[in-house]
Each structure stands twice: as C-alpha cells, then as structure tokens.
Design a protein around this ligand. Sequence first.
Ligand code: ADP
Ligand code: MG
Length: 241
Amino acid sequence: MTTTAKLRGGVLLRGVGKSYGTGDATVHALRDVDLDVEPGELAVVLGPSGSGKTTLLNVIGGIEAADHGRIRVAGRELTGQAPGSLSGFRRRHVGFVFQFFNLIATLTARENIEVVAELTGRGDRGRASELLAAVGLADRADAFPAQLSGGEQQRVALARALVTDPDLLLADEPTGSLDMATGRTILRLLQDTNREGLGVLMVTHNAAVAAMAHRVVTMRDGRVQSVVRQEAPVDAERVNW
Ligand code: ADP
Ligand code: MG
C-alpha cells in the first residue's frame, strides 16, 4: 500500500441476516454477520460452497437487500435504503467482477466498458482506452468476447468494473475459471488496483490466495467463522495453487 494513495472502500456490517425461501424451505444464507474491513484493505473471503460468500458480496454491493442488520460501505449507510437509492449507490461506489466475466457478447471489449460509463453517467467514454491499456489489452479493444481468451475477458471485465471509479471492488471467484498462470495475472491486477487505494473484497475457495490479503475472512454456514489480519501480505506472483 502506498502512503500517498487515498484509502477507500471500508465496510462495516452488524448483525446482518439474509434468508431465501419460506417455511421448511427457508435457507439462512447469512446469519448475524458482523464484519469490519478498513478502507484500502484487500480482503479475501474463504469458505465452502454454500457458506454465504456470494450473498455477502451481494448485500455489500447493494445487489440484494439484507433482511436485517446494519451495512455501511465506503462511508455510506445502506441500511433501510429504498431499492432505487441502493442502485444509485451501486453505480457510484462499487465495481463487480464475476467468475464467468459476464461480458456482453455482441459488444467489443471497448464497447463493453463504454456502455457502463454511459449507463451510469460515470467516467468519460475516452477512459475505456486508458483502462484497456492499463490491463494490457490496448491492441484488443475491437475484439468481441468470443475472440478473447478467458484471462483476456476477465481483464476487460476488470477494466469495466473500474470505469466508474468505484471505492470498492467486489470480486466473486475472479480466478475460478482460469488456469493458474492466467489467474495470477488477474490477481496481480487486483493487487495493483488495491495499491492505488481502492478497497478490494475477493471471494475465493482457493485458500492459497489468502496469502495476498490484509484480512482473511472465513465463512461457514452463513456465519463469519474467523477473521485474521495479516501484516505482510505477499505479492500476487507468490500465490500458488
Ligand atoms: P457461496 O457463494 O458461499 O457458495 P451463496 O451465498 O451463493 O454461497 O449461498 C448461500 C446459501 O443460500 C446456499 O444454501 C444457497 O443455496 C442459498 N441461496 C443463494 N442464493 C439463493 C437464491 N437466490 N434463492 C434461494 N437460495 C439461495
Ligand atoms: Mg458463490
């Protein structure tokens, strides 16, 4: 972390719960979750499948509303916000990266980024070129997703997530469908982004990735089982799996 960067994207959760379904079919995806992530931290969320990791990211990012509890992200109180203002929050303050990239197949790399800049009214369109260069894809701007490798598609997705200049980047299994070498280039970009001051919260079921985190959050059965703060996170290049 550089000392000059403005640290952004802190997260505070208190007693957050989220269930799906009703009656006997009720699933408690999050049970009374308390969590603190400091601005500027790279946090890694570990836990088995079904432990609530994606739900945690979605309530922090305002994709879903929690049933109860308090949520504060990047200095904004999300608790009790109407769906409309929740989506305003999401557009202005968070960026998302997903396991399967979720690019629009009929748009080029550049257009996938520009369309988000336009829809959100955040970031000028010219910024797409700058961001594509930053992820090493300046020469692939006019390629469609199907013409790009998985790693290249994820780099476009990362550039798209950054076009709104968010405070917090939420990444759900961003290396989950990539081989190790390609995954590591994505981890490097996420770490670079974090070192510019953005908060990063990354879900993975790959425990080795935790080595690069300032904070490691382990979930089990909808609860935060442990939180470990690490003073000396390793460089992305040193993560092996
Ligand atoms: P993880 O990301 O750790 O695999 P999830 O947050 O996706 O876990 O899911 C936590 C629990 O909530 C699981 O039991 C899952 O089946 C359930 N769940 C998640 N999303 C939904 C949904 N939209 N409808 C019903 N159940 C869901
Ligand atoms: Mg998940």
